[in-house]
Ligand binder design. Structure first.
Ligand code: SAM
Length: 246
C-alpha cells in the first residue's frame, strides 16, 4: 500500500492469477506434460541437481515458494537425506490441496509441510531456511521485487536462492517454433483439455512480459544477492537463476 491506500490494480491482478490456478489445479500436472512435451520434467530434475541437497544425515531446510502441486518438493525429498525437509508455500488453496494429496500418497508428510502464503509477504521468520526455490512461480507474483526481498529475508546467511522460470529464447529458428507453440498450440490445448483457453492465454502472456535472463539477474542482485548467475535450458525456453545470501 502507498499512503494507506489499497493497491487495487495489484490486488485484481493477483486475483486473476489465483482464478487461473484455482481453475486448472486438478489438471495442472497433466497439462504441464502435454504443453511442454514432458520437458518440464527434465528442467525440474536439472533444477534439483543444481540445488544439490545433502544426501547424508545433514539437516537442511528448503522453502519451496509457489510450490503448487509439489513437483519441486517431491523431487527434492526423493534426492536428499532423511533430515532434509521442505516447506511448500503457495497462495492457492486449490493447488495446495492437490499438493497435499500427492505428498501424502508418497508418504512424505513428515518431510514436506504445506503452508498457504504469498511470496511477497512470506509467513516465516527471517533467516529460517538453507535454500529458497521458486519454479515457474515468480512471473505470477505481482511485485517481483517484493518477492525477491522476502526471499532474501527468510534465508540464512550462506543460504541459496534458486529460480526456474521461462525466459527468452535466444536461438534462431527455435524462437519461431516457440512462438508458434505459445500462441497457436497452447491456447488450443488449454481449451481442448482444460476447457479454458483464456487461462492458458494468460500464461503465455505472462511469459512474454517477464524480464529476460540479464534483466532478471539484475533484479536478483538489487535484492542483495551475491554471485548471481544463470544457466539457459533448452536454448533459453527456461533458465535457472542462482544467488547467494552472503
Ligand atoms: N512450482 C510448481 C511447479 O513447478 O510445478 C507450480 C508452478 S505453477 C505454474 C505457479 C504457482 O504459483 C501456482 O501454484 C500459483 O498458485 C502460485 N502463485 C501465484 N502467485 C503467488 C504468490 N503471490 N505467492 C505464492 N504463490 C503464488
Amino acid at each position: 500500500t502507498t499512503f494507506g491506500f489499497r493497491d487495487v490494480e495489484a490486488e485484481q491482478r493477483q486475483g486473476l492469477v489465483n482464478g487461473v490456478f484455482a481453475a486448472v489445479a486438478d489438471r495442472y500436472d497433466v497439462m504441464n506434460d502435454l504443453m511442454s512435451g514432458g520437458l518440464h520434467r527434465l528442467w525440474k530434475s536439472d533444477f534439483i541437481n543444481e540445488l544439490n541437497p545433502p544426501r547424508g544425515a545433514t539437516p537442511f531446510r528448503l522453502l519451496d515458494v509457489a510450490g503448487g502441486t509439489g513437483d519441486i518438493s517431491l523431487r527434492y525429498a526423493g534426492k536428499s537425506g532423511p533430515n532434509a525437509t521442505a516447506v511448500l508455500c503457495d497462495i492457492s488453496p486449490e493447488m495446495l490441496a492437490v499438493g497435499q494429496r500427492r505428498v501424502t500418497e508418497a508418504g512424505l508428510q513428515n518431510r514436506i509441510e504445506l503452508v498457504e502464503g504469498n511470496a511477497e509477504v512470506l509467513p516465516f521468520e527471517s533467516g529460517a531456511f538453507d535454500a529458497y526455490t521458486i519454479a515457474f512461480g515468480i512471473r505470477n507474483v505481482t511485485h517481483i521485487d517484493n518477492a525477491l526481498a522476502d526471499a532474501y529475508r527468510v534465508l540464512k546467511f550462506g543460504g541459496r536462492f534458486l529460480c526456474l522460470e521461462f525466459s527468452e529464447v535466444q536461438t534462431p529458428i527455435l524462437d519461431r517454433l516457440y512462438d508458434f507453440h505459445s500462441f497457436e498450440v497452447i491456447p488450443r490445448l488449454g481449451q481442448a483439455v482444460a476447457g479454458d483457453g483464456d487461462s492458458y492465454r494468460y500464461l503465455v502472456e505472462s511469459i512474454r512480459k517477464f524480464p529476460n535472463q540479464e534483466r532478471f539477474a539484475g533484479m536478483i542482485r538489487d535484492a542483495g544477492f551475491a554471485r548471481v548467475s544463470y544457466r539457459n535450458l533448452t536454448g533459453g525456453v527456461a533458465a535457472i537463476h542462482s544467488g547467494w545470501k552472503i
